[in-house]
Design a protein around this ligand. Structure first.
Ligand code: AMP
Ligand code: MG
Length: 528
């Protein structure tokens, strides 16, 4: 089906209050959910990549994505008849502080497509030019950050992590000025636009802003709209249903974070404006993937001193963000106790989700507290004794046959490739791992699990291929020289992250030494 046959239902712009000002300049916008904002024309748009899976969700075939019209539409150079380009108004807590109005500063929503299954999919261009919410920034995005968003959102989907999706990655042919490390070394970089796709892009911050301004009318309209559109099974907006809704948001958020902890994903900027009301991973900026297991690691240079958003803090920060959402919707509910109970339930849902997830990573179908708790609690300690690659650790231990007697040497040979400094695997450390393995094996035998079953369980929960920071950076450097083959190769490999693929072992290796301190590989800024 071609794009021209798409049926749009722009419910949010039809039903929610609109900013009457149509000129595009930075401003505070009151009593409105959105403002008119049109993508800028770009010089020379070229399609770098597209996701055939997202195309298919939108009833497009691959050939439809290779047309000139596709590139025109998703670079922002042309709008389809029923599109209604706009930017939405939201606020947020950034690094723990209320930041006031933020809004879609470089995201332009095109409209919602209703696909042949009747599902709603909102289309959004990221980097298509300034909007009334751009504040002092330019509204554009550079190639490197667009590649990172495009590849990571698709990779997360294939890993089974709730996420917004990406349809296309287009080079605009424009130049964009960026100071990558905010150190006075600004230079021109290539511009790009990604088309993001999700059932909705509503964020916690959409609810926070009206409440902060005492605009309860707008808050209520938006909450009712969200219930009706994104949570239709709950029913209409009333106190009881708002609570049910908040409960769902809390549960979905907990589940999303469990997945992040499973695959070793660090979002990097968990501000409340970057939290999706649907519990989707959203806004791929200075995110990163854990290499050596270090719960204090964050890729975001802006957060290097406080490490607020480091790997290990993510579960707690998500709760902090839910508290902000609870405050925002409080005027609709006016019942502190019920909101607090739901916030408490977040901790329970997260904890049981985490334990089950860890049990699955070890190849158990279910978590058995009595036998598994200590075993699981030992893992973070073990993995921090030395620099040990988290992804490789889990994949490697799945290859040990626990039905056999295992010697210390077996463990040593198995673990060595996961050690960043191989000489760190000395006798003392090896002894600790060995004794952990013996307990693991004992539980395994007591439960009467077949090794095959364990391996299958492990290999469907522990990815082999993740978008390691340096892999993304290598693809970026090639693309900046007009060679997009690596972006497309990675997109393809990451489609099947749990299955070993012939000839692709180089994408499953631990980070090479040169990437340890290289910008873009180990540290990233918000400049994008
Ligand atoms: P982020 O940290 O990327 O989530 O962005 C926080 C806020 O800054 C949001 O309102 C973004 O829309 C806005 N923003 C980030 N980068 C740009 C940019 N290059 N141009 C305009 N607004 C931006
Ligand atoms: Mg954001």
């Amino acid at each position: 089906m071609s794009m021209n046959k798409w049926r749009f239902d722009n419910k949010s712009t039809r039903e929610l209050p609109k900013d009457e000002e149509i000129d595009n300049y930075s401003r505070q916008v009151f009593n409105s959910f959105y403002s008119y904002a049109k993508p800028e024309q770009v010089k020379n748009p070229k399609l770098i990549s597209f996701s055939k899976e997202v195309a298919s969700i939108l009833d497009l075939e691959e050939k439809d994505c290779l047309t000139e019209e596709f590139t025109k539409v998703f670079s922002g150079n042309q709008q389809l008849d029923q599109m209604n380009p706009h930017a939405t108004c939201y606020g947020g807590h950034q690094f723990g502080n209320w930041a006031g109005q933020l809004g879609d500063g470089r995201a332009i929503n095109l409209g919602d497509v209703i696909n042949s299954k009747g599902d709603r999919w909102a289309l959004q261009l990221k980097g298509a030019g300034p909007t009334p919410y751009s504040r002092s920034a330019d509204g554009y995005a550079v190639l490197r950050s667009s590649i990172r968003e495009f590849l990571c959102s698709e990779s997360m989907f294939h890993l089974g992590v709730p996420t917004t999706r990406a349809l296309s990655l287009i080079n605009t042919g424009e130049e964009v000025m960026r100071d990558m490390f905010y150190d006075g070394n600004a230079h021109y970089e290539q511009g790009a636009v990604v088309c993001r796709v999700a059932p909705s892009f509503t964020r916690f911050g959409h609810f926070e802003l009206p409440t902060s301004r005492g605009d309860i009318e707008l808050l209520k309209k938006l909450a009712n709209y969200t219930l009706e559109t994104d949570f239709p099974h709950i029913g209409q907006g009333n106190k009881e249903n708002y609570l049910k809704w908040f409960q769902e948001v809390a549960t979905n958020t907990a589940q999303m974070i469990v997945h992040w902890m499973r695959v070793g994903f660090v979002h990097g900027v968990m501000n409340t404006d970057n939290m999706s009301i649907l519990g989707l991973t959203i806004d791929y900026g200075p995110y990163g993937w854990l290499e050596n297991y270090d719960p204090t690691w964050t890729p975001n240079t802006t957060d290097a001193s406080g490490k607020r958003y480091c790997f290990g803090n993510q579960p707690m920060i998500a709760k902090w963000n839910l508290v902000q959402l609870a405050n925002a919707i409080y005027p609709l509910i006016e019942d502190v106790k019920s909101l607090q109970d739901i916030l408490e339930s977040y901790s329970q849902t997260y904890l049981s989700g985490f334990n089950n997830m860890m049990a699955n990573k070890l190849g158990f179908n279910v978590f058995n507290q009595e036998s598994d708790q200590t075993l699981i609690d030992e893992i973070p300690k073990l993995l921090q004794i030395a620099e040990i690659d988290m992804t490789l650790f889990y994949r490697n231990i799945s290859t040990l046959n626990l039905e056999n007697n295992l010697s210390k040497e077996d463990i040593q040979v198995n673990l060595l490739p996961a050690f960043y400094k191989e000489n760190e695997l000395n006798d003392t450390i090896l002894d600790k791992f060995y004794s952990w393995f013996l307990s693991y094996q004992k539980i395994f035998k007591n439960r009467n699990i077949k090794n095959d079953g364990r391996v299958n369980k492990m290999n469907s929960n522990n990815p082999l291929y993740v978008l390691r920071n340096y892999l993304a950076q290598e693809a970026i450097e090639l693309s900046e020289k007009d060679d997009h083959s690596r972006v497309n190769e990675l997109l393809d490999v990451l489609r099947n992250p749990y299955t070993e693929q012939a000839g692709k072992s180089k994408f499953a290796e631990k980070r090479p030494e040169w990437a340890r301190v290289k910008p873009g590989c180990s540290m990233l800024s918000c400049s994008s």
